[in-house]
Design a protein around this ligand. Structure first.
Ligand SMILES: [Zn+2]
Length: 148
């Protein structure tokens, strides 16, 4: 198990941040970093895996099950107005720690979540529905359980 998953510490901007474990099983671990008290949490696979695409299916299932349960727990316990789940892959996607981690982020109406586009590719014109459906179909052909 790599240091990220040892639960003892989480290095952030050069600081050693002891983490608070929320739940743990053979494959997945969830924790709260020490600089958050609003329920903002993380779920990681225990095995060192930098990218989502490198997870095994059993790891992906364990991690996502924990994400779902944690989201429910946060909602029940903190009653946020909303909740984001997100996961970044690669530096240009704003992944700063090279170990797969899902953010589970409760949101309040006062702190509305925003998505800041880093390039105008994210804020371009609406694409024609035909083009989007064609792309969806091309993608679906790669799915094991795809149906259309
Ligand atoms: Zn790691």
């Amino acid at each position: 198990m790599c240091e990220t998953a040892t639960r003892k510490s989480w290095t952030y901007e050069g600081r050693d941040c002891p983490s608070a474990v929320i739940a743990e099983n053979d494959l997945a671990l969830s924790f709260i970093r020490d600089d958050r008290l609003d329920g903002y949490s993380y779920v990681i696979p225990k095995r060192h895996v930098p990218l989502l695409t490198e997870l095994r299916d059993d790891e992906a299932a364990a991690v996502m099950s924990m994400v779902r349960q944690l989201a429910g727990a946060i909602s029940a316990e903190l009653s946020p107005d909303g909740l984001n789940v997100f996961q970044n892959n690669g530096l240009v996607a704003n992944q700063t720690v090279p170990h797969v981690h899902f953010h589970v982020a409760p949101r309040s109406a006062e702190q509305m979540a925003t998505w800041e586009p880093s390039s105008d590719r994210w804020s371009g014109d609406i694409q024609p529905v035909e083009s989007r459906r064609e792309l969806a179909h091309r993608l679906a052909r790669h799915l094991e359980l795809g149906a259309s």
